[in-house]
Design a protein around this ligand. Structure first.
Ligand code: GLA
Length: 387
């Protein structure tokens, strides 16, 4: 949405045209490979999108935070008096959780008018929530001159999501939207938080995101279940090695799972995490060598492992991925994000995009009764102020 239209909506809502609000943007993200590895201290390879959340914000003389969004009907005012508690108004828990992180660090937050507008679909595995958190975090940091580094803001946003919203996510999403760089993906070690920006050169190919449009159901509870299954695997493996997380093991040690993990389900979960880490490292290497064909194969293998061993895909994601792979020009296709619904990411040749959209829509709709949505994103920069 154009800035002046957004600004007009802001003034319609909050009045006082003499005081212009400041504009911030935070992207969503798509993860190219490295799924369900972040909370296991592993590698991920996400990139920031040119879709995300815009926030117009200005200070007021009052003692209230006025929240509004253009995405749905929601106007909420909360007064500032000590720490906030999680509210039943689900959406404002994201920004409110971030405000709380500032308060916890003894920063003074005074009255604000805030207007959000997101163009990344909600709950589709493209980190709409991390995007709302980070846009709030960078805006507060700027307006109140609190001096937090990007990494601190990323950690504060993750904490808001873990402790205030109550979703026990890893650090990938907030990190990706905080540290995104145009035309680059982020090769992040989630244990050390060391990272490198790797150029994504696709030659005559493009990234295409496809939304299953499946309603998000059990994602959060299944997500937490997977996390505890990984903890269980680490427990079993103590007899072999004193590891802190599954990512301390390499693909060469996969054979040992048979010996140390008696539970077949837990064994499969560990196998996914350890093999996925290996795939991320290889994917980054081959991308640097401009070997997109192998990169695509690794994307496919990643999805297969998420389906067979980690069991987080489901009929809709699998249909999109396996039907996509039948269409000419497709280099690789996999689910992205937490799974169970949400989106797939595909690399395919530019000239096949139209055919892809047409054929995949027909196949997917006839099998699932749902209409997919397609987005052709660019890889953009991380969260910040827009001048
Ligand atoms: C969600 C979480 C991330 C990560 C992915 C799976 O997006 O927020 O932290 O665990 O799922 O890779």
């Amino acid at each position: 949405m154009e800035r002046n239209i957004l600004e007009e909506k802001f003034f319609e809502k909050y009045g006082n045209r003499s005081l212009r609000p400041v504009l911030f943007f935070s992207p969503g993200r798509v993860n190219l490979i490295g799924e369900h590895t972040d909370y296991n201290g592993g590698f991920v390879f996400p990139c920031a999108l040119n879709y995300g959340t815009y926030l117009l914000i200005r200070k007021t003389n009052s003692n209230t935070l006025n929240f509004s969004t253009l995405n749905f009907d929601c106007d909420e005012s909360v007064s500032i008096s000590g720490m906030f508690k999680n509210t039943s108004k689900k959406w404002i828990n994201y920004p409110l959780g971030v405000v709380n992180e500032f308060l916890k660090r003894d920063k003074t937050i005074t009255g604000l008018d805030l207007l959000y507008h997101g163009d990344v679909p909600n709950g589709a595995g493209l980190s709409s929530s991390a995007s709302i958190e980070m846009v709030t975090a960078v805006a507060l940091n700027d307006l109140f001159s609190t001096g937090f580094s990007t990494l601190e803001l990323v950690k504060m946003s993750q904490k808001a999501e873990n402790e205030f919203v109550g979703m026990n996510c890893g650090i990938m999403d907030q990190f990706a939207v905080g540290f995104g760089k145009k035309d680059h993906a982020i090769f992040l070690n989630c244990d050390t938080l060391n990272y490198e920006n790797v150029p994504v050169v696709l030659n005559n190919n493009v990234l295409l995101i496809t939304n299953t449009n499946k309603r998000r159901g059990l994602t959060d509870s299944k997500y937490n279940e997977r996390r505890s299954e990984c903890d269980k695997a680490v427990e079993y493996l103590q007899d072999y090695k004193k590891i802190r997380n599954l990512s301390e093991l390499t693909s060469g040690e996969l054979v040992l799972l048979e010996k140390y993990i008696p539970d077949p389900v837990i064994k499969k979960r560990a196998k996914h995490v350890i093999s996925e880490n290996g795939r991320v490292v290889e994917a980054v290497k081959v991308l640097r060598e401009n070997n997109l064909a192998r990169f695509g194969e690794l994307m496919n293998l990643s999805h297969d492992s998420l389906k067979e061993d980690y069991e987080v895909t489901g009929f809709e994601l699998d249909t999109l991925v396996y039907e996509a792979r039948k269409i000419p020009g497709v280099i690789g296709s996999r689910m992205t994000g937490a799974g169970f619904g949400g989106c797939t990411v595909t690399i395919l040749s530019k000239k096949h995009v139209k055919q892809f959209i047409k054929e995949l829509t027909i196949a997917y709709t006839s099998k699932t009764g749902l209409d997919p949505d397609f987005y052709q994103p660019e890889i953009g920069p991380g969260a910040g102020k827009i001048n």
